[in-house]
Design a protein around this ligand. Structure first.
Ligand code: SF4
Length: 1023
């Protein structure tokens, strides 16, 4: 029976291969010959070049037999920001990862994921056989990129020894130096390059002298060391300990402002936290209708692989229908998905117009959740069975000349006696009643009101937050919104009607597609649709992440506090604080004209790498003495930054640039020193999901292979942790060395090696709440944790090491899936209010103009920092096209070195829609020139359906000048550029400076300070 079924399947496969082969004859030939990997196939069975299985399971007994040549371990992929829990197969002899697949304990790779109590042997069995009749339903997978990027470990262009530049910055000339020389030079400084004296880190770490004479708000000179990171790969807590608590610099930023930051800021506005920027994801498995705006399931996003998996299942087995609103059609809508998935094209950067049109229709047709929105407090929500609440009913001060304009009316404004400080949590918000304003209580309050209230200090005009949102939505006609976003009125109405036809089982999802000149308000408006139907914390609605188990603040060790810890102080270098807190403001105010500031400030934003580039080259608000790039690449990633790079290459502007990175990318290429670092499966780290997982989950990464970097004099592999520990010990910084890590009993333990930190972190993860079970000898053997067993025993207490071993044996700690919901509600609910009106937003003044912005979602056409509209500077007649970027499921900004990806997609042609192509006489294969006010590029065009009118789309991840796309010379030997790595074009080369800024800076969203790469005004011509 089995044989017959397999034979039938084989016949069907042969037919399919034949059809496929008609177009790809050569590929099929290679497949048949087994030349796919360039090797002669082994003559065993029908599997050609497959690697021998890592283990076998006896189907009768369930006994696991390991392949003695291979190890199998659960760890983490860092091929993208999702950071999935995966399993890797390691060729023990060759110290090489052979294949990557999923970790069945991890929600990022498996749905449903297996109970955490399962032994490692049981996890193997679950993947191989889910049970009678269930086949491989519990198989666990990695994505295509995840399977390719492991090649980076063996990339011949890896930096394995410390490098020091020997020519001018960016010349590509390097020499190798010892770890000890590296540490000495960066700590002590001196005439390091024959270009004059450079201050070392010892001198810069001055905790007394102000960073800026006469401006104490910027803290001490130590802040003149600044650190640019990419994404937290699970090692940032180590970095932050070194930078903030030991060195004393307050300047650390990540890549979000040139990734998906506008969405996160817009979400942060609604969730009431502009710094942490909480966000919720749809409950993909249980929602009935989802609008994906600027993101597409299975194409990009975070958690990329999990969303694709859940959405595919929900649209085939569940009740999900969805719409992808995007200027570019991608694989989220395709033949097999049928009517369940639809594409709605939209003009780039106009999602706010669509969302505000839907909001208008919802108000006009009373299709919002009035019962939910009427709850003015958590107590009221609890009383009505709701699981979240909003400030829709709160009164907002609307007198433009009132000192508290834009803030919510509070009890102290009304002269109420309060127990605590005015405007603190003890000061109640006010709602309207028949007798006037009253403190928000446990009862519903009126949704709409506009009037004047009498206070001890006079009459104040007020409106409810929902009134202000309604006014904003009604300020434009449906036809205006339709014209602006390019979606017909009927379609907008259809979207709004469908969205409001599923109770709470509908949701809007977004992410990176908001990176345009009005991205913040677009994102805020999109997210407000979720609040208007009250879907937060409900099954089938939207849910925040369940969180994780902290490695730093656990019951066993305190990895945050230590003797001698310092507190970093001072306003951050990136200007993401109120301008009004600066000496510049006070000085200008005293002179009668506090506005404009010398450059924009972004109080409603987190740290901004985009604005750091401007701060670096302009020395505003202060100059920097040393810059560290850690595994990051802003010079590739920030649109328009090419205009600033030459200044950054000037050592006078930033005297010392150190990179910690395994590769020479576009940014590390302009540094003075490069510290080698571990790659993928050589590294340690702990991460938790950004979103999309309702239970607690911590993924653990540990070195499953021996790292390749050179060793220092003490025999340790050189990398991030080794470097920071080496510098700290040479400088005598607190928190490192023999007495650095306190345990729960107050004893101090050493921090001399990476293992001292991460092994103790694993104990914290294991011991939090109900401690995990001890790893058995079998768990340790099957997961190859035996590889680090001696270290664990030597570092940890006898009662701890088996707990830590469980964390590494299972690739982390995962709460069981049954904890996702309590009935129809999410177990981990977000409790603070959803902000229909955000006071911080509604009350701040733009530093460039001194004017206010709306405190509610709004549709605002893209603008520059002075508030002028982009198309006033670059009229549509002259710039009729708009350029957008998109991501494929394979390539990202740092995966180009994985050559197997380039064998699938070798380059990124410019995608042109049919009408636009016809208007310009462009055919597929023609060379075209794209010009924006920021730059020009030439590339091959592909004419296709699925691109919005007057839009040109460019895939991200190509057009490199780093990673080996240019020559690299080390110790006089040149490794020539590989043209495959330089293939294609980079949209960011078309990015623009903001022409209204006095000090040079790239064009960013005016509120979130995030980069603009969607909707660049452009011209196209065939060449
Ligand atoms: S989605 Fe793919 S590339 Fe990203 S972490 Fe997961 S397996 Fe790796």
């Amino acid at each position: 029976m089995t044989n017959r079924r397999n034979i039938l399947k084989g016949v069907a496969a042969a037919g399919a291969l034949g059809t496929f082969g008609a177009g790809y004859a050569e590929t099929v030939q290679k497949l048949a010959k087994g030349k796919w990997s360039g090797k002669k196939p082994r003559d065993e069975h029908v599997v050609g070049n497959s690697i021998p299985a890592e283990f076998t399971i006896d189907p009768e007994t369930g006994d696991v037999t390991l392949n003695p040549d291979q190890a199998m371990s659960y760890t983490m992929c860092i091929g993208c920001t999702t950071m999935c829990g995966v399993r890797v197969r390691v060729d023990k002899k060759a110290n090489k990862v052979l294949r990557v697949a999923g970790n069945p304990y991890s929600p990022m790779s498996t749905d449903p994921f297996i109970p955490y109590e399962s032994s490692v042997a049981e996890s193997f069995a679950a993947m191989a056989q889910a049970g009678p009749g269930q086949g491989l339903t519990r198989r666990s997978t990695a994505c295509g990129r995840g399977n390719a990027v492991l090649e980076q470990v063996d990339n011949p262009r890896r930096v394995l020894k410390p490098l020091k530049r020997v020519g001018p910055r960016g010349s590509g000339q390097w020499e190798t130096i010892s770890f000890e020389q590296l540490v000495e030079e960066v700590v002590e400084g001196g005439d390091l390059f024959g270009e004059g004296s450079v201050a070392g880190l010892r001198e810069i770490r001055d905790l007394e002298t102000p960073a800026v004479e006469g401006a104490p708000e910027f803290g001490p000179r130590a802040n003149r060391l600044v650190w640019m990171n990419c994404v937290d790969d699970g090692r940032d807590n180590f970095v932050l300990r070194w930078l903030k608590q030991s060195f004393g610099s307050n300047n650390f930023t990540r890549h979000g402002s040139y990734c998906g930051g506008a969405y996160r800021s817009g979400s942060g506005a609604m969730f009431g936290d502009f710094k942490a920027m909480p966000h919720a994801k749809p409950d993909f498995s249980n929602a009935e209708f989802i609008i994906f705006a600027g993101t597409a399931p299975g194409n990009a996003g975070n958690p990329f692989k999990r969303i694709g998996n859940l959405v595919a299942k929900a649209r085939s087995d569940g009740n999900l229908n969805y719409v992808v609103v995007d200027p570019v059609l991608n694989n989220a809508q395709n033949g097999p998905s049928g009517e369940r998935a639809r594409w709605v094209p939209i003009k780039p950067g106009t999602d706010g117009a669509m969302a505000m049109a839907m909001i208008r229709w919802m108000f006009e047709n009373e299709r919002f959740n009035a019962t939910y929105l009427a709850n003015p407090s958590k107590a009221a929500a609890d009383a009505t069975g709701e699981t979240s609440w909003s400030n829709a009913t709160h009164l907002v001060i609307t007198d433009q000349d009132h000192p508290r304009y834009g803030h919510c009316l509070r009890g102290s404004d009304m002269g109420l006696t309060i127990e605590g400080e005015a405007y603190s949590d003890a000061d109640p918000y006010m709602v309207i009643s028949e007798s006037g304003p009253v403190a928000a209580g446990a009862s519903p309050a009126p949704l709409f009101h506009a009037g004047v209230v009498e206070t001890p200090n006079g009459a104040i005009k007020v409106k409810t937050a929902l009134t202000l949102l309604r006014e904003e939505a009604m300020s434009r006609e449906m036809s205006d919104y339709a014209e602006d976003c390019g979606i017909p009125v009927e379609k907008l109405v259809e979207l709004a009607r469908e969205f409001t036809s599923h109770g709470r089982k509908a949701a809007v999802s977004s992410h990176g597609g908001m990176m345009n000149g009005s991205g913040f308000y677009n994102a805020y408006a999109l997210m407000m649709l979720n609040t208007l139907i009250g879907n937060l914390n409900w099954k089938g609605g939207t849910m925040i992440a369940g969180g994780g188990f902290s490695e730093t603040k656990g019951p066993a060790y305190d990895l945050v506090n230590f003797p001698g810890k310092v507190k970093a102080k001072g306003l951050p270098f990136g200007r993401n604080v109120p301008y009004e807190r600066t000496t510049e403001f006070k000085t200008k105010k005293a002179a009668g004209a506090p506005y404009p500031a010398d450059a924009p400030w972004y109080p409603n934003a987190p740290g901004l790498a985009t604005e750091w580039m401007s701060s670096l080259v302009n020395g505003y608000p202060y100059g920097v003495e040393a810059l560290i790039f850690r595994n990051t690449n802003p010079i590739y990633g920030i649109p328009g930054v090419a205009h600033l790079v030459d200044k950054l290459k000037d050592p006078v502007v930033v005297p010392l640039i150190i990179s910690i990175d395994p590769f020479i990318n576009e940014s590390t290429a302009i540094s003075d020193y490069i510290v080698p670092d571990s790659v993928m499966y050589e590294t340690w780290g702990f991460t938790k999901p950004w979103g999309g997982v309702a239970t607690k989950a911590t993924c653990a990464r540990w070195p499953v292979i021996e790292p390749k970097m050179a060793q220092n004099a003490e025999g340790q592999r050189v990398g991030l942790e080794t470097f920071l520990i080496g510098v700290a010990k040479r400088m005598g910084l607190p928190g490192f060395g023999d007495e650095a890590i306190p345990d729960a009993q107050g004893n101090l333990h050493p921090l001399n090696r990476a293992e001292d930190w991460y092994l103790r972190g694993a104990v914290n993860v294991a011991m939090t709440g109900e401690p995990v079970s001890d790893a058995t000898d079998e768990d340790i053997e099957l997961s190859n944790v035996a590889r680090i067993l001696d270290d664990m025993k030597a570092t940890l207490k006898p009662e701890e090491w088996r707990k830590a071993a469980t964390i590494f044996a299972k690739g982390g700690r995962y709460e069981n899936i049954e904890r996702s919901y309590q009935g129809d509600k999410a177990t981990y609910a977000f409790n603070p209010p959803m902000l229909v009106w955000n006071e911080g937003l509604g009350s701040f003044r733009r530093a460039t103009t001194g004017t206010h912005l709306p405190g509610t979602p709004a549709w605002r056409a893209p603008e520059f920092s002075d508030g002028s509209k982009v198309h006033d500077h670059y009229p549509r007649e002259d710039w009729p096209v708009q350029v957008v970027s998109f991501k494929s499921p394979l390539q990202n900004s740092y995966s180009v070195g994985a050559k197997s990806l380039l064998r699938i997609v070798a380059s990124n042609p410019v995608n042109v829609g049919r009408d636009l192509a016809q208007a310009h006489g462009i055919k597929t294969g023609d060379m075209v020139r794209l010009t924006t006010p920021g730059g020009t590029l030439e590339s091959v065009a592909v004419v296709r359906d699925g691109v919005a009118p007057d839009t040109v789309a460019i895939e991200h991840g190509f057009g490199h000048r780093g990673f080996g796309a240019q020559d690299i010379t080390i110790d006089g030997t040149t490794m020539p550029a590989d043209p495959r790595l330089a293939a294609g074009v980079l949209l960011n080369d078309l990015g623009m400076l903001d022409p209204t800024r006095g000090k040079a800076g790239v064009w960013v969203d005016p509120v979130s300070g995030t980069a603009v790469r969607h909707g660049l005004p452009a011209r196209i011509e065939r060449i």
